[in-house]
Design a protein around this ligand. Structure first.
Ligand code: P6P
Length: 347
């Protein structure tokens, strides 16, 4: 039962939609043309559309839709393919994007010849962690936006896509969990919005997110611990109180957006190091362009730091669209400690 005071307190809180928030942020950039604002709107719309799919996913069996066609005779897409199509089709004709990169596509996604290109590069993982959908675990869309390097009006190039994270102009994620949240930054703070499904609006729920100074959890898949390097194993022991370490609790969901979101709000460190016995993935599992860099940009904006175990991931020059990297992200002192153990024990 909400008391009068609380309800009054709640009613006096500002109600800000993401559209209004983006416009207000744009007004702080006199040279802004509105293209980035419109691109952010499009991504928010994609989030609403994808959220509709993810909440119905579990019903696919219950309502008997076949795996091949739905009641309209349309092919029922796998969820991540559906999310991928939504993001591409919302942005391929707007004249705001020069080229796109998707986790679902081997090569760059060119803007169809019949449409104009724009000044931004959009890289995204349409539905990260989608294998968890079957277990009703939170999944997410991750995106990063760069400015193009190639000439305006031309088709976008692979060089446009292969830019380091320190050139990102905007990034964020949409978390499809117990509620749908969009968290983004355009370089002046991190802002979180929660989708009100009644009105279909993202409302500001987490103004100016900052990483808590006191870390709460460490987050890693300890099932692989025996396959980590000596330095990473020592680091993991330290996080649990060995050699004067902080004694943090362990939380691991196995969906990067969910693990990142909890780390951002609770403080701590998320890491996915190299599995030294996995010859197929000598540089780890997570991808730089559309998983690690967007989240590292947000982490930095929130006061944290992201390393590959040796240096700031945002300074890494990607060598290919699906460049993989080990990652340690969270409170800066915790991540620097990882670099220290790796340097001392792994050389
Ligand atoms: P593991 C999901 O498949 C994903 O790409 C990330 O979202 C997540 O952090 C990681 O893989 C989990 O990998 O090996 O722990 O299952």
């Amino acid at each position: 039962m909400m008391t009068t005071r609380n309800s009054q307190k709640k009613l006096t809180g500002q109600i800000t939609t993401i559209e209004r928030h983006i416009l207000e942020k744009q007004s702080q950039h006199p040279d802004a043309t509105g293209a980035l604002t419109a691109l952010m709107y499009d991504i928010a719309l994609a989030g609403k559309l994808i959220a509709g799919h993810t909440t119905q996913a579990g019903l696919a069996e219950v309502i008997g839709t076949t795996s091949q066609t739905n009641i309209h005779g349309e092919e029922v897409q796998k969820l991540d393919e559906a999310a991928d199509k939504i993001l591409f089709r919302l942005n391929d004709h707007t004249g705001r994007v020069a080229v796109m990169v998707s986790e679902e596509a081997d090569d760059i996604l060119a803007i169809p010849e019949k449409y104009p290109t724009g000044k931004y590069v959009l890289s995204y993982d349409p539905l990260d962690g989608s294998s968890n959908i079957d277990y009703n675990v939170s999944v997410g869309t991750i995106f990063a936006i760069h400015q193009r390097l190639s000439a305006d009006g031309e088709r976008g190039t692979r060089e446009d896509a292969l830019q380091p994270g320190n050139k990102i102009v905007a990034a964020g994620y949409i978390l499809y969990g117990s509620s749908t949240m969009l968290v983004y930054s355009v370089g002046n703070g991190v802002y979180g919005f929660t989708l009100d499904p009644q009105i279909g609006e993202f409302l500001l729920s987490h103004p100016d997110i900052k990483l808590p100074a006191k870390p709460k959890y460490f987050s890693a898949n300890l099932g692989y611990q025996r396959k980590w390097s000596a330095g990473v194993r020592k680091y993991t022991d330290w996080l649990q109180g060995e050699d004067g370490g902080p004694t943090l609790g362990l939380r691991y969901i196995g969906s990067m957006v969910a693990d990142f979101h909890r780390t951002l709000l609770s403080g701590g460190v998320f890491y996915y190091p190299v599995n030294t016995r996995d010859a197929k993935r000598p540089h780890g599992k997570l991808r730089l362009l559309y998983e690690v860099n967007p989240l590292a940009f947000l982490m930095k904006q929130a006061g944290g730091y992201t390393s590959n175990g040796h240096r700031d991931v945002l300074d890494i020059q990607p060598t290919n669209l699906h460049h993989r990297t080990p990652v340690f992200m969270g409170n800066k002192d915790l991540v620097l400690q990882a670099e220290k153990f790796i340097k001392e024990y792994d050389g």
